[in-house]
Design a protein around this ligand. Structure first.
Ligand code: PXP
Length: 244
């Protein structure tokens, strides 16, 4: 069987988390240096989430990476006027719209397009007119996939976190939902992306998701880099994602 190339986006938020633990008074660890390591390991894209509360990535990181990132930059963002303005100004290759709650530890679920259709549609149109491609972070629900098509998304990033954490029958059911939603996404002409909670084991399994073109992985790779360095951790993930 012909090898299928799945693009790997490496999310470096938690490099910034370590720096911000001391309120950003230290210059280490350098997000730029770690981006360099991820790229040496084979990352196709760098992903950052500029949160409203700036708990990890700062606006200055976005400005720096918009100038210097050697591969595509994917900005995860809430659909707010502030973030739309920043994306419009610094023009990453991709923006991934995500829901954001102040109290959450990490993004807890997909975006609800149905309750916010007009605002999302307007934001997509504005950023696409700047040449930015848009993905929407969604739970694998057919209603949300159809709504993503209506608002004009280029891609859907399916939230894999529920599937990763589930066990037994629940895991099988969530996998079936992901497969069905991915098929529908592809039929409607949008790219299939996936992310959240992926480790080596789940990345091996996610390769079987129909039409998958890209994954975005952060927490596991940064944790693994404590043992082996980010370049090696990314390299192993690239190998894991290669199917034969
Ligand atoms: N994709 C999206 C949209 C996310 O919000 C996150 C978490 O920032 C990720 C992927 C990466 O998730 P993880 O850090 O669990 O690999």
């Amino acid at each position: 069987m012909k090898a299928k190339k799945i693009r790997l986006g490496v999310n470096v938020d938690h490099v910034a988390t370590l720096r911000q633990v001391r309120r950003g008074q230290t210059v280490y660890p350098s997000v730029n240096d770690m981006v360099g390591e991820a790229v040496k390991g084979g990352a196709d894209q760098i992903t950052i989430h500029l949160r409203e509360d700036r708990r990890h990535i700062q606006t200055s990181d976005l400005i720096e990476l918009a100038k210097k990132c050697p591969v595509d930059l994917n900005l995860e963002m809430a659909v707010t006027p502030e973030m739309i303005k920043l994306a419009n100004k610094y023009k990453p290759e991709w923006c991934c719209f995500v829901p954001e709650k102040r109290q959450e530890l990490t993004t807890e679920g997909g975006l609800n397009i149905l309750s916010n259709q007009e605002e999302i549609s307007f934001a997509i149109e504005k950023l696409q007119s700047r040449g930015i491609e848009i993905s929407l972070f969604l739970d694998p629900s057919p209603e949300q996939v159809k709504a993503a098509f209506v608002v004009g998304a280029d891609a859907i990033e399916f939230h894999t976190g529920t599937w990763v954490l589930a066990k037994g029958l629940k895991k099988q059911k969530e996998w079936a939902r992901l497969k069905k939603a991915a098929e529908l996404c592809h039929q409607l002409g949008m790219r299939v992306h996936a992310g959240h909670g992926l480790d080596y084991k789940h990345s091996q399994d996610i390769r079987k998701l129909p039409h998958l073109l890209e994954v975005n992985i952060g927490h596991f790779l940064i944790c693994e880099s404590l043992k082996v360095g980010l370049k090696s951790a990314v390299k192993k993930m690239v190998q894991t994602l290669k199917s034969s």
